[in-house]
Design a protein around this ligand. Structure first.
Ligand code: 2P0
Length: 364
């Protein structure tokens, strides 16, 4: 099954006599602890990555379908983002849907309307591709199941949803599963694959079940390097090969730490991966510096707070300036006090988002 490409020419409707319907999924974003940075082929990662599945940062996507009214051959799609037609997003989704018609050939037989929106502000600089593309991947798999009854088994459904989400955005394949997910083949986890993520929630220590990720908005103005450009920077990067080897070592250590609940080791890896990601961007050609002075100030204050309190509170970063503060549930009141007093004043408009590892996507 690991070499599957899910192409299926049989998934075609035999009749145009079909009731219109709709499908809605909420799907969360995720935060990679070991980062995916560098890809090859069709959305294949250069190294395995492991993420926490978030909760309050999610995309809600409603897919409406009805029998096709015209006989044109392309995909028929209308798209609304936060209630407004959005042509750039529509064009992107159309390209994606065209690319998956070998997997879902029935898409050409339908008129589709997609309504999508995020729970988090666009300006917060949270990567929305993971939540958006996983929500859409889930809608497509639900649609297949509704029309053909093919995806009854939950594990089969999730694996296919992860596979098709990956084709939309690599990191999206990890959002399908509760608590934590691993994407990329590694000898450490049976069944792991470069083609889809696998659930890690059952394998990790309970301390990670409601692990907090408060996202401190250092800047909304800074434009992140686009993911396409970012991954592209790894081609010919002088540190590319050592980086992939380092990521694999970090992943193996992280899996052990997450199984045993070793927060110190977890935190060391999280911070090393975050700074490595930014180090790779700084040393790329062209070079990108996405950290802001306030990001660095927050890191220093967090490290000082950790030194003083001995609390297991750590940070991570995405491909942007905002600081993800990671800590377990049992120290929430102390850490929130520290954030309110010391970090929030350093945030743009004093904004931070409260998120945590959660239960994964939900169908309405
Ligand atoms: C990650 N990031 O593992 C890494 C770390 C950002 C920093 O994956 O081109 O939007 O759609 O496969 O998933 C962001 O890149 O890239 C990303 P595509 P994606 O989460």
């Amino acid at each position: 099954m690991s070499a599957t490409d899910y192409k299926n020419p049989h998934l075609l409707l035999e009749t145009a006599d079909l009731e219109p319907g709709e499908i809605t999924w909420h799907s969360p974003s995720n935060l990679a602890i070991v980062k995916y940075w560098g890809k090859h082929g069709i959305q294949m990662p250069k190294n395995p990555s492991l993420s926490l599945t978030l909760s309050s940062s999610f995309t809600e996507t409603l897919l409406e379908y009805r029998p096709r009214e015209t006989s044109e051959t392309g995909i028929s799609l209308e798209f609304f983002f936060h209630e407004e037609p959005n042509e750039p997003f529509r064009a992107k989704l159309l390209k994606y849907l065209e690319s998956v018609t070998d997997i879902f050939p029935f898409l050409r037989q339908l008129d589709l309307t997609i309504y999508s929106g995020n729970s988090f502000p666009h300006s917060a600089g949270i990567a929305s591709s993971a939540s958006a593309m996983s929500a859409l991947g889930l809608c497509l798999c639900s649609l297949e199941h509704e029309l053909f009854g093919t995806l009854d088994d939950d594990a089969t459904f999730d694996r296919k949803a992860s596979y098709v989400s990956r084709l939309g955005s690599g990191s999206a394949c990890r959002s399908i599963f509760p608590t934590a997910a691993l994407w990329g083949e590694t000898g450490e986890v049976k069944g792991s694959s470069d083609l889809y993520a696998v659930p890690m929630g059952e394998e990790v220590h309970t301390v990670f079940k409601h692990f907090h990720d408060d996202i401190l908005i250092a800047s909304t103005a800074a434009k992140s390097v686009s993911s396409r450009a970012g991954h592209g920077l790894m081609e010919g990067h002088p540190f590319a090969e050592p980086r992939y080897a380092d990521a694999k070592r970090n992943l193996n250590r992280l899996i052990l730490a997450m199984r045993s609940g070793d927060l110190e080791e977890f935190g060391r890896i999280a911070e090393n991966e975050a700074l490595t990601l930014h180090g790779l961007m700084m040393s790329s050609n062209p070079s990108f510096m996405l950290l802001k002075p306030n990001t660095l100030e927050m890191i220093e204050r967090l490290r000082q707070y950790r030194e003083e309190t001995k609390h297991p509170v750590y940070f991570s970063l995405d491909a942007g300036p905002n600081l993800h503060v990671l800590y377990p549930e049992d120290i929430i009141s102390d850490v929130r006090g520290f954030i309110e007093e010391e970090l929030k004043p350093l945030c743009e408009d004093e904004t931070y988002l409260q998120d945590w590892a959660g239960d994964g996507p939900v169908q309405d």
